[in-house]
Design a protein around this ligand. Structure first.
Ligand SMILES: NC(=O)c1ccc[n+]([C@@H]2O[C@H](COP(=O)([O-])OP(=O)(O)OC[C@H]3O[C@@H](n4cnc5c(N)ncnc54)[C@H](O)[C@@H]3O)[C@@H](O)[C@H]2O)c1
Length: 250
């Protein structure tokens, strides 16, 4: 198994790609902490994992909540003794509200998608430094690499911040044995918080930019995250991996 006996935290693990990553990690032998604001959905993911013989627990977490991060990390260390992997996956959509010039939306996007990732890294790095190893995978987006129509520019800003923050952390923590990489999903099933970009007509237009001419599958992103999280990627840090059907290759 590719993550045998590892302990992983997956933020936003209650839904979409985070749920797929949690299930895949568990199937590869990891103890998985599904961390999310959505308690019921998170518990369902955990139950599903357990029903297939995997090991997972749920912990309530708002990634913007500094104190809650401390509690979650302390709890995980108490239960499992270590944290090997953090997937900073939680996020909100760039079309969660229709006004794409809203300042409130800009602040919220930066708070959840960017500050949340910083807080996640800051919370686990001390224990990873202590153990001398760790792997962090930050979920950015094609929106962190290219500009787009239909999406609040705060989303692009937040995902661009994740992209470069990843490289910065990779440079700063390589000597401590910690790898930090980013994954950049393309046009995927709409996020729970999507409003504008969930519209079928809009999605059809968005798909015109995808050389493979289809949306991605959550499992295709989970596979990329698994690779970077695992020891198979032992000489890879600071890398950005698009999983986008070729969109950013244009
Ligand atoms: N779906 C796409 O088209 C797409 C494309 C590129 C990148 N992404 C990114 O991939 C990641 C996962 O997206 P998804 O499509 O699975 O979305 P999703 O909406 O299905 O899942 C996101 C999860 O994050 C959780 N979450 C939101 N805010 C949170 C907070 N403050 N604290 C804790 N949990 C919180 C939600 O409850 C939800 O369970 C996000 O970072 C997203 O920006 C998505």
């Amino acid at each position: 198994m590719r993550l045998q006996n590892k302990v992983s935290i997956v933020t936003g693990g209650a839904s979409g790609m985070g749920a797929a990553e949690s299930a895949l990690f568990a199937s590869e032998g990891s103890n998985v902490v599904v961390a999310d604001m959505k308690i019921e959905d998170g518990m369902e993911v955990v139950d599903e994992i357990k029903s297939t013989g995997g090991n997972a627990i749920f912990m309530e977490l708002d990634v913007t909540d500094e104190e809650r991060w401390e509690v979650v990390v302390a709890d995980v260390l108490k239960q499992f003794g270590t944290i090997d992997i953090l997937v900073n996956n939680a996020g909100i959509s760039g079309s969660y509200q229709p006004d794409i010039m809203s300042l409130e939306a800009y602040d919220r996007l930066m708070n959840v998608n960017s500050r949340g990732v910083f807080l996640g890294m800051r919370s686990v790095l001390p224990t990873m430094c202590e153990s001398g190893s760790g792997s962090i995978v930050n979920i950015s987006s094609i929106s962190g690499i290219v500009g787009q129509s239909y999406v609040h520019m705060g989303y692009n800003a937040s995902k661009g911040a994740v992209r470069i923050m990843t490289k910065s952390a990779a440079v700063q923590y390589a000597e401590k044995g910690i790898r930090v990489n980013s994954v950049h999903p393309g046009i995927m099933p709409p996020m729970v918080s999507s409003v504008g970009t969930a519209d079928p007509e809009t999605r059809k237009i968005m798909l015109e930019d995808v050389p493979m001419n289809r949306v991605g599958l959550v499992g295709e992103v989970a596979n990329a995250v698994l690779f970077l999280a695992s020891d198979e990627a032992s000489y890879i840090t600071g890398a950005e991996l698009p999983v986008d059907g070729g969109l950013t290759a244009r």
